[in-house]
Design a protein around this ligand. Sequence first.
Ligand code: ABU
Length: 512
Amino acid sequence: MTSINVDKYKLSDKTARLTAKDIIPMIQSSDSAETREFLQKVSELLIDYVNIQNDRKEKILDFHHPEDMKKLLKLDVPAEAVTLQQLLKDCAITLKYQVKTGHPHFFNQLSCGLDVVSMAGEWLTATANTNMFTYEIAPVFILMENVVLTKMREIIGWNGGDSILAPGGSIANLYAFLAARHRMFPDYKEHGARALPGELVMFTSDQSHYSIKSCAAVCGLGTDNCVMVPSDENGRMIPTELERLILERKSRGQIPFFVNATAGTTVIGAFDPINAIADISEKYNCWFHIDAAWGGGLLLSKKYRHPRLSGVERADSVTWNPHKLMGALLQCSTIHFKQDGLLISCNQMSAEYLFMTDKLYDISYDTGDKVIQCGRHNDVFKLWLQWRSKGTEGFSKHMDHLMELTEHQVRRIKQQSDKFHLIMEPECTNVSFWYIPRRLRGVPHDARKEQELGKICPIIKSRMMQTGTLMVAYQPDDRRPNFFRSIISSIAVTEADVDFMLSEIDRLGQDL
Ligand code: ABU
């Protein structure tokens, strides 16, 4: 298999000259040979792209700087319609220069990989092209949403409750915040800040996702009132610090109301101690949210769920993104509530043009009135189909496999301790490490050496992108300069791919 050949996808002479006005739905036909030919060529291109992504000899990307990339693409939106042949070429060029996030050597983001069944689900979703606000226009998908979300709540450990799919983990966390404030101060919905008896304060660890702090900015607390609780050397929130900070804020007359624990931090993959945080949240009457956007997939694993997620059922709300560890296609984010009825009571606006109360069916299935958005993308079908393709048992094994590959990576890093420095034992599939170039091997590990190792990360990353062979993220954190963070969330990855990651970093970085 060779890379996408933009000239491969040729329509017949007759169809090539046509434009969108000559195919369905512009022509009144229920079967048009030209429409079928066009769509078959598009499908052929998409299938070629899937195959190419899984060819380990293929590059992950063909990098160009933005100004050069602009010259390679036809980005203008023209005054006149272009031909179907040109549209096909546009599609091919787009995929030619797209980063192949499903390539087994793409270890760069929390969401890596391309699950073909989930992708087929997304194709169907695009074809059905419906909005998820009412049962009226999405009956099958609404019922699927109900089944999948109920199953996820059961896996968390709840009977009943309520859930919704959200456009990303950050918005899922925002839903938790809104429900928490609504439960404590139901008049806020009508009266706004006048309904509050004082300043609300929320707590999260200094390793948590920035969306938690964003809730404080967006919802009127101000980021000063999102208290960052210190974490330990493994990136886990320190419960005694949480309690100390709650008491400190109470002594200032503020109102602690929301505590977030993270199950799988973005960079390190740390799991906060859920039970200890739940005890403190209960003691101070705070809503207890768990941001398990990343680590939530391990709820499915019998082997790795405990102790990481022990006590998860004590939370009031849980964010869990199947598009991360579970490999559902982007995007697929869920938020779950232990208490039923809060979502609708908090967010319902009863728009009369959508949510009429005199419809012919049970209007509790009109889930659109539970959310702050109006339109909602169908993110459930791809997950439902994927889940059926594996079964819950299969998903459990899938999670174990990702964790076992991570253990393999850690073993290989330790075996090559002259070349790699493991920063900490991972709890999730994030592996934090430095590459040690020849000149620094044998030099004692201290802060000065870390500074040198940190300078090497962006150089190796730029080489990865220019050669196109590998993608692994790097970043600094508040304790150390730049370091690599690799992620295994693609089911395509094998032990040989993990070995390749390390040997390729070594190849790219030897001379540094
Ligand atoms: N929402 C966090 C995603 C970060 C990452 O993919 O690396």
